[in-house]
Design a protein around this ligand. Structure first.
Ligand code: ASP
Length: 332
């Protein structure tokens, strides 16, 4: 055997031996989710986590995997992202999304997006194709058009549930509490995904319609790097959901990362930071976390949060406190 072939085979073996097990962990939003929305959310997170895992299983990147999982939930009206996003006070959809790459801390985010079905893909383009990290409103639209995205009529993103949720909010809502819009038929949630690929690279994506009855122009935590999303290959990745104004004041995603950087494990860090935010600011949230070693952290202080992850040929998922359901999974 030529020595070059020998070396190539050896490198291949070493790479195979040390390759990480790819993992994807997602959430479908925290809040006071009513019982009649539970099944749709559990079904939706299972479909989305498989969409993301397929990419990882084929050797794809963590970034592509988190985008695929979030796209799946943006298309699913069970979630408050893309189609089915909640409405602002003027009855409009105004979406926000962010995505971050842990290898080089590069990030892309968009806000106040009104007429594109997949804000996460525009955020991804900001990450790869823009000198900036965060673009909003008209600028985000111009950027997206320039990169070849096509608009849809804004009304086509509005679901019946979202209209009902706004109605309910206008009659009984208390501004500033995410859960208010979630007590009724329109109870939906922000979506997020954290993945680690076989090369050990971490990526995180989060996408939302915000909160029902929000002011025109309101920007929440989801597109803010450090609040809604954070990824660092040297530490781990976090996506958050819940009361946006509280999450952004507390920099929730980065608070969890800091705890892990100082030696706290993923699960404890997630629980400590979410509880800390809720104690300090009296509003609820949830977060999902992966450490650089693939340890999982899931915690929410709200009534419910749907989540799912795939690890070791199993899908784990749940929505209630202390609930871990499990299905066999064989990547096809
Ligand atoms: N964090 C989102 C926001 O306030 C809402 C949510 O996660 O449900 O915009």
């Amino acid at each position: 055997m030529h020595s070059i072939t020998l070396w190539t085979s050896l490198l291949f073996l070493i790479n195979g031996y040390f390759a990480m097990e790819p993992i994807i962990l997602i959430h479908g939003g925290a809040g006071d989710i009513p019982q009649n929305r539970v099944k749709g959310k559990l079904d939706g997170v299972k479909v989305a986590v498989i969409a993301g895992h397929k990419i990882l299983a084929q050797g794809g990147s963590a970034l592509d995997a988190v985008e695929a999982a979030v796209l799946s939930m943006e298309d699913d009206e069970n979630f408050n992202a893309g189609y089915g996003s909640v409405l602002n006070l003027r009855g409009e959809v105004a979406m926000e999304a962010s995505i971050m790459r842990g290898e080089d801390l590069n990030a892309g985010a968009v806000t106040l997006v009104k007429d594109f079905p997949h804000p996460i893909s525009i955020a991804y383009k900001v990450l790869t194709d823009s000198p900036h990290s965060f673009i909003g409103g008209e600028g985000a639209k111009l950027f997206a058009l320039d990169k070849g995205f096509t608009t849809v009529p804004p009304e086509s993103l509005i679901s019946e549930n979202a209209k009902n949720a706004l109605e309910e909010f206008l009659q009984h809502g208390e501004l500033g509490r995410t859960e208010i819009g979630m007590k009724n038929e329109g109870g939906v949630g922000t979506v997020g995904a954290v993945a680690i690929d076989k090369y050990g690279h971490i990526a995180v994506a989060t996408s939302t319609g915000g909160m029902s009855g929000k002011a025109v122009g309101r920007i929440g935590d989801t597109p803010l790097i450090g609040s809604g999303t954070y990824a660092d290959d040297n530490i781990g990745g976090v996506s958050t959901t819940g009361h946006g104004e509280s999450i952004l004041k507390y920099c929730l995603a980065h608070s969890i990362i800091k705890l892990m950087e100082n030696g706290t494990d993923a699960n404890t860090a997630t629980k400590e930071a979410v509880t800390g935010m809720t104690n300090r600011l009296k509003n609820t949230a949830g977060a999902i976390t992966l450490s650089k070693n693939g340890d999982v952290g899931i915690y929410f202080s709200s009534k419910r949060m749907s989540w799912a992850y795939i690890k070791s040929n199993k899908i784990f998922y749940g929505i209630e406190h202390n609930q871990i359901l499990e299905d066999e999974y064989r990547p096809s």
